[in-house]
Design a protein around this ligand. Sequence first.
Ligand code: F6P
Length: 408
Amino acid sequence: MKGNVVVGQSGGPTAVINSSVAGVYAAAKKLGVNKVYGMVHGIEGFLEDKICDLDEYLADEAGIELLKRTPSAFLGSCRFKMPKIEGHEDVYEKVFEIMEKHDIECLFYCGGNDSMDTVKMLSDYAAAHNKSQRFVGVPKTIDNDLPITDHCPGYGSAAKYIATSMKEIIRDNASFGAQKPIVCIVEIMGRNAGWLTAAAALSRGSDCEGPDAIYLPEKVFDMDAFMEKVKELAAKKSSVVIAVSEGVHIADGRYVCELGREVAVDAFGHKQMSGTAVMLAQKVAEETGLKTRAIEFSTLQRAATHLASLTDINEAFQVGHDAVVAANEGKTGMMITLDRNGDDPYQCGTSAYDIHAIANVERKVPDEWITADGTNLTDDYVKYARPLIMGELLPLYVNGTPRHLVRK
Ligand code: F6P
């Protein structure tokens, strides 16, 4: 590779998205790339020529180790939709102008479905206008909903946090066994795909029975059936813990969290989802008189690098690394996928796949992994997800809290 490279982060952060930046940096430097730039706030910042030089942070091994243990998007993220090319050529020309200004030959973009759309649009524009710059997507999303790839970096760590926290919540909720039942509702991110909520099932084991019910957005949410189920459970148990996706919706398509209120919408038309657990807990309390508690994992589930999965950290690094290798081989308009080669022992390789088959496509939890009554996950799901949460990388503690790498 003769020119410089730039890496950007986009969409909701994960606990390991920075590990992918570390992977891009390490691979590019190994190949002798002079400058590895970071986009400050993704393509939105790049369009304003906001970049940083990663040598300032990562030139020694300690920087890379710290970055791997740093949550959130170290470079800054954005939710910016590239406009359609026709009529907006100026926006695209601007990207290439900035790339040329800094002698940038390859652009790597870490993100989910929406961010892969950016990779698709830029590589399409380059192909149509005879530009030599290359664009490679680096998968990342706690939602685990990118197609083709076996799973997405970021998912394993969020799933580990959810499984661990569910175990802790189930223990806590069971403390007051002799009193009236307590119903605890836990809301988990994931928008329209239930992968992350499904991870609540990973709390099941010899020391924990797991949640009493798990509601995914893949199934229409029936409020009456839900209330029936809660009453049935509360008649039998003193502690009821239920996991629900932020994206559960009723038969007419409305999300449970938007029933009776307006919700904000982002640049991609996604509704701001929050408040499902509070809403359901209130309804249960009103209808049953039972004590309820609503827990929304919210940001915690994607920022808990202190509980990240080592498998996830390593794979996030690998996809960043292999994106550079792919670009060095001349590939463009592709995303790196994780390809599972075996479960026992778990093994995973990577390849590069056409971005057109990936951008804007949402992969859902397969029906056969959801139990017949629609409120739990089968052992096949557990077999798929368990390897992804394995292993730990200890934070570097300073003054009693984990140390992070922060951009100046
Ligand atoms: O796409 C990742 C994600 O974390 C979703 O699970 C969630 O619905 C969304 O981002 C939240 O977005 P924001 O942080 O912009 O509110």
